[in-house]
Structures are given as structure tokens and as C-alpha cells.
Design a protein around this ligand. Structure first.
Ligand code: ZN
Length: 212
């Protein structure tokens, strides 16, 4: 997998969107673009809930999309204090919710890209187009591709200088695109490809936290 952008620090990513409002992470106290942070609100039942799409009404509190920040905020009771109530969630509960939300969001966005005609799919089709010099914004390849094919796809992505994420199953990618199975999905350049890459970079963080 190409990891060219995965090391970029969050504070560097907001450069192309200078107008986004700034919010403070209650874990590390850094001020960042609101878009880069996770929002939490108090539900009507008095629970601290993740407001991933930042659409729920009421007072919001923010953390980085980072386990350490969430853990630090939870440990110091910052979420409940800033929200003025609520049961104290555990950091791992919140982290699991975030994992699910990031997955759903990535899948939604791939579905939207398909509807917008921003997708080329199928291992052979994508490899052929890459060989012909076609440029893509992003490749998503199924995590359960056979190692030989996976290597071929990764090499082709590398040669074409396009980021390639191994994620989801062939079946899941296929079902998003109305096919039985799809090994590779290529996204054309554009804002959807950027948004999908952001979610997949978020998803990459989970492997490190629980297995590493
Ligand atoms: Zn933070």
C-alpha cells in the first residue's frame, strides 16, 4: 500500500479550506478546523453521543480523530463537563462508534461517487486504464484480493503514483456498485475522491490502535 499521505499531520490538512471554523480538541487542547475534528453532543436521553456528520442540535464538544485525545478527554471527564451532563462513556466505546461511522461514511461516499459517474471498477478494467496512462484520484482495493492480484494492483498504483487503500471485501465493494464482486474501485479526481481518502485514512488508524 502506498502511504504517501498517511503521515501528514491533521493540522496540515486544513490548508485548502481556510474558512472552516476552528474548534478546540478537549483532549489535546489544540485548535483545528472543525472539519478535522469529531463532534459530540448530549442525546435527549442524556448520553454522550458521537455526532459524526456534525448535524445534531445542541451544545457540541470536539476531539481530534485520535484515540489518545479521546482517552485523555474521557479520563479527565472533559466530555461530560463541557456538555454539562451525561454518563461517562469509555474511550473504547467511542472509538468503536467512530470506527463504524467512518466505515459507513466511506461506503456512502463510494456509493455517491458511483451515482455521480466518478467510479471505474473491476480489477482488469482499472489495471488496463492505469496501463494506458489514465490518472485517478484514488484506488480502493478489496482487502480479500488474492495476494498475487493484490500485489499487481499495488504495483500498478505505485507506478501511477496513486494512493491505494486495501479495505472492505470484494463482496461489499461489489454490492455498493450493483455487481456481485469487485476487487478494485478507482475514483476519478475530485472532491469525492478526496473525501473518501480522508475517511479511509481515518479507518487506517484503527488497525494501529487495537492490533499494534
Ligand atoms: Zn486532540
Amino acid at each position: 500500500m502506498k502511504k504517501a499521505r498517511s503521515k501528514i499531520h491533521q493540522s496540515d490538512q486544513g490548508n485548502d479550506d481556510k474558512h472552516a471554523p476552528q474548534r478546540t480538541c478537549v483532549g489535546c487542547r489544540k485548535s483545528l478546523d472543525q472539519d478535522l475534528l469529531v463532534r459530540y453532543v448530549l442525546s435527549p436521553q442524556g448520553e454522550v453521543v458521537v455526532d459524526y456528520r456534525k448535524k445534531l442540535p445542541g451544545r457540541g464538544v470536539y476531539t481530534c480523530f485520535d484515540y489518545e485525545c479521546i482517552e485523555s478527554a474521557v479520563k479527565r471527564g472533559q466530555l461530560c463537563r463541557s456538555l454539562r451532563g451525561g454518563d461517562r462513556p469509555t474511550a473504547s466505546e467511542l472509538w468503536q462508534v467512530l470506527h463504524a461511522q467512518a466505515q459507513c461514511r466511506a461506503l456512502d461516499l463510494i456509493g455517491m461517487a458511483r451515482k455521480a459517474g466518478q467510479v471505474v471498477s473491476g480489477t482488469r478494467q482499472v489495471l488496463t486504464e492505469l496501463q494506458c496512462g489514465k490518472e485517478f484520484g484514488l484506488l480502493v482495493r478489496a482487502a480479500d484480493l488474492s495476494p498475487t492480484i493484490a500485489e499487481k494492483v499495488d504495483r500498478a498504483a505505485n507506478r501511477s503514483n496513486v494512493v491505494c487503500f486495501p479495505v472492505f471485501s470484494k463482496e461489499l465493494l461489489g454490492s455498493l456498485l450493483g455487481k456481485s464482486e469487485r476487487g478494485v474501485v478507482a475514483l476519478k479526481y475530485g472532491s469525492l475522491a478526496v473525501a473518501i481518502q480522508n475517511e479511509l485514512e481515518r479507518l487506517n488508524k484503527f488497525a494501529g490502535e487495537f492490533n499494534g
